[in-house]
Design a protein around this ligand. Structure first.
Ligand code: UDP
Length: 414
């Protein structure tokens, strides 16, 4: 296990984007957790939404006086092949789950758990990768409740994978999901919903001066910000459906001459499929000078891309929550997204973007054209998006919700 590096954060830094009573509520909850030591465990320090969330949650909790550590797993490629199959199985992909895979999973999770020397009062296990540590947590920290924080889309899991994961989750104290529709598929003593959030102070989301924006725009040449631009930011992953976005873009371009598409993507440390999907996406775009496949951009550049695009697309087939949607809306960019997982929590159809069925490529194209041809609508949707995220999907709200869950679980345990 290793401790990822964390940025400097304090709750005061959020005063300009958070109502006073919200900050007060947070402080009160933090006071009741001041004698509690919390551990978050997940599979990777980089890439993907969970690492993005923890990087901000952990230092803010610390600044509120709730002692909080984050440990990310050390694991082999073989382990991540297994856990990606579990992730995909939970989201609905049929593939074999063999005894050898289960043995790899157990060996690596047990080895990681054995490396944790400190004791904690509450453990939060993020997603399925570290769940195999549960047994050892029970032995080494018998008084610490364990919470499973599930970030994936559990709308339609494959039975075999759900059964495997339920073997662990049925023994946690509580499970938290990102959307109420997922609760029905979680086998745990109790469940609740906490919506994720973005950190408005993160490099990816903070406001930028004109000079920085201009410099980053130049660095993305030959991508032009003077011609219409649609952007999709996601890990290269089958569920994110970059191919569907590409098809919708090509249809929209027939109506909007000069339209460009930026497909920005990263390879998360725990995601073995990234390179293969990246290569397939790059291949599909190779003869198209209007399509720009951008891999592993620094956060400032992702910020500029989301901010300076005319429309952002999130054409996922499954999506636990989809932080990228709030990231774009926060920057006043309207979003055309699939009506799956956490996307409809964020996209308000006809107010800050449009929702379409996940296989409706012509629908995506039509909404893109509507927005690209109407600058006033984009401005109005942008303002609505900013307000929606400010109200519902910023970090202080999520931390308050998590603290409430922690207080409940600890009270029950006592
Ligand atoms: N991300 C990034 N660069 C990329 C692709 C993704 O920084 O090239 C970030 C993205 O901005 C977001 C996170 O990775 O903060 C992805 O979180 P999301 O919840 O959208 O999806 P997940 O990867 O967890 O399925």
């Amino acid at each position: 296990m290793h401790t990822p590096s964390l940025p400097e954060r304090s709750i005061e830094m959020y005063a300009s984007v958070t109502d006073r009573d919200r900050i007060e509520r947070l402080r009160t909850l933090a006071d009741s957790l001041s004698d509690v030591r919390v551990l978050h465990v997940n599979s990777t320090a980089t890439g993907g939404g969970v690492a993005e969330l923890l990087r901000s949650i952990v230092p803010v909790c610390e600044s509120l006086g709730v002692r909080t550590d984050w440990l990310a797993m050390d694991a082999t490629d073989e382990f991540f092949e297994v856990t990606k199959a579990i992730h995909n199985g939970l989201q609905g992909t049929e593939s074999p789950l063999t005894e050898a895979m289960k043995a790899t999973y157990r060996a690596v999770t047990e080895r990681n758990a054995a490396e944790i020397g400190d004791a904690y009062d509450l453990v939060v296990i993020h997603d399925a990768q570290p769940l195999g540590m549960l047994e050892q947590f029970r032995e080494t920290m018998p008084n610490a409740p364990c919470v499973w924080r599930c970030h994936v889309d559990l709308t339609d899991p494959v039975e075999e994978y759900l059964t495997f994961v339920s073997g662990y989750t049925s023994r946690v104290d509580h499970a938290i999901v990102s959307r109420s529709a997922y609760e029905a598929n979680v086998e745990a003593p109790t469940t609740s919903v906490v919506h994720p959030s973005i950190d408005p102070l993160a490099e990816k989301n903070r406001s930028l001066d004109e000079e920085t924006i201009a410099a980053e725009r130049d660095r993305m040449d030959p991508l032009s910000f003077d011609a219409p631009l649609v952007t999709h930011v996601s890990r290269f992953d089958p569920w994110k459906d970059q191919f569907g976005t590409l098809e919708a873009f090509r249809r929209a371009r027939e109506r909007v001459p000069g339209l460009q598409l930026a497909l920005a993507g990263g390879m998360a440390g725990d995601d073995p499929e990234g390179l293969e999907i990246y290569e397939r996406v790059a291949e599909a775009a190779v003869d198209d000078p209007d399509v720009h496949v951008l891999a592993d951009l620094p956060d400032t550049r992702v910020n500029v891309l989301q901010r300076e695009s005319d429309v952002v697309v999130q054409k996922s087939l499954r999506e636990g929550f989809g932080l990228v949607v709030s990231e774009a809306l926060w920057k006043r960019t309207p979003v055309v997204g699939s009506n799956v997982g956490g996307i409809p929590l964020q996209v308000e159809h006809g107010r800050n973007g449009y929702l379409v069925d996940p296989d409706d490529v012509p629908g995506v194209a039509a909404h893109l054209v509507t927005l690209l041809e109407d600058a006033d609508r984009r401005t109005a949707f942008g303002a609505n998006g900013r307000a929606h995220v400010r109200d519902r999907f910023l970090l202080p709200r999520q931390i308050a919700d998590l603290f409430e869950e922690f207080v409940d679980v600890l009270d029950r345990d006592r």
